[in-house]
Design a protein around this ligand. Sequence first.
Ligand code: PLP
Length: 375
Amino acid sequence: MLNSFLSRLSGDYLFRRTGELIREYEVSNPDKRILRLGIGDATLPLLPEICDAMSTAAVELSHYNCGYQDERGQLFLRESIASHYARLGVSLSPEEIFVSDGAKRDLGDLFDLFGDVTVVMQEPYYPPYLDNAIMRGLRYGFISANAENCFLPEPREVESYAPCVIILCSPNNPTGIAYPRELLERWVDFALSSGSHIIFDSAYGSFTTTGCPASIFEIGGARECAIEVSSLSKSAGFTGVRCGWSVIPHELESLSRMWSRRQGSRFNGLSYVTARGGEAALSEGCVEKLKLQRAVYLSGARAIRHGLDELGREYVGGIDSPYIWMKIPSGDSSWEYFRYLLEEKQVALTPGAGFGGEGYMRISAFGTGEMKNEE
Ligand code: PLP
């Protein structure tokens, strides 16, 4: 018998499908150059300090074998992650941090912690939230983020599901909007009063520029109800190097114990070389340099916003994150508009339907780093 939940997943993974369509167009039109503002992949090179740390670590391995590493992640890396949180004013013990090879893995795996519960996510959503709920056979529900609620859903919208597992992503992919502090306080209060848990995805936390919290643990009470998932993918360009983590506070004692037990059987820790790169990325010496790197993507987002303003387009985002969520100006579906932009304008965006947000397109300013590389 095959796993029937897996067969319930729809078609291809979104970015595989858009990638194929772009490649097909390129093959048939080799003289055309495409402006790639579709996927959220880092394009600027890694900082030399990070690469040096990884090459030193690789050379160290020619002198001794580091052997299996702690399945929760090397202590030096967990301490570096704790200092990253300390810079946000959040005090964490390294024992509350579980290292992984990226946020996507943990976002799916953390569902192992929950049984008979509904997972509630904002719609539009980052596609793996839904796919993972389906693959685990969990019930799921949506709360709409739309122009009427300024793309910031309120806790009252999940009352009918509570107690439940609420996934919040801020700054949000795909809308690019960050949740303000007061709204996160209301979400935490709701989770505490309804016996719900929050899984907070802060993969883009380091992009915030308007004072919105970068971590759910900046909010009082979050330690009693929230798990945070994050990574160095977008903040330090680790999309291909892979280093992430989850934070499960001591207050969530049984979840922490269960996760520790699960990781012992399912994960053999992060590669030593990557861990040294992660440590370097989180070091004081790299903080300002990485801020400048993210500023390059955000200035790309600013340029895109100015262009959209000139065209009179409706959009949100692009201030606290490199993503912009643009309303389709015609009556086209988002896949039709994707094809129109690709074939007529040689611009690749991502169709909103792939995020459960028909009528919109996601524009990613990560591609603007590639232009910077070419300068
Ligand atoms: N969370 C969100 C909202 C994302 O957009 C992404 C990647 O695009 C991830 C998590 C996964 O990141 P990672 O590369 O750490 O697996």
